[in-house]
Design a protein. Structure first.
Length: 108
């Protein structure tokens, strides 16, 4: 019993930096766009509640995505959300250690 409690204490208590690129469906890079991730209500525990960054040249971003534990022994990264003026909001979920996460935003 004590071992289970100790193992649970070190589980999912960090964030993971996710990098990628934000583009339109036509492949145009979006610069100066807000990319964010919030732990939200699903998370029983997390180090940071929300993280936000802005895309740079070529639509590139690096974001410390909060990892959370929605239930015992289950870890997940919080969703990544992109909001660009005049475009639909995009939200993606990834697995742990996802590698580059490119996000396509629909802009009418």
């Amino acid at each position: 019993m004590i071992l289970a409690v100790l193992l649970a204490c070190g589980e999912c208590v960090f964030d993971e930096t996710v990098m990628g690129r934000v583009t339109t469906s036509d492949g145009v890079a979006l610069e100066g766009v807000e990319v964010s991730s919030c732990a939200g209500d699903r998370c029983a525990y997390g180090d940071i509640a929300c993280a936000t960054t802005t895309t740079g040249l070529g639509g590139l971003y690096a974001l410390p995505v909060p990892m959370c534990r929605p239930e015992a022994f289950a870890c997940e990264l919080s969703p990544i959300r992109v909001e660009a003026e005049g475009c639909e909001t995009a939200e993606v979920r990834t697995g742990l250690s996802p590698g580059p996460v490119d996000i396509v935003v629909e802009c009418p």
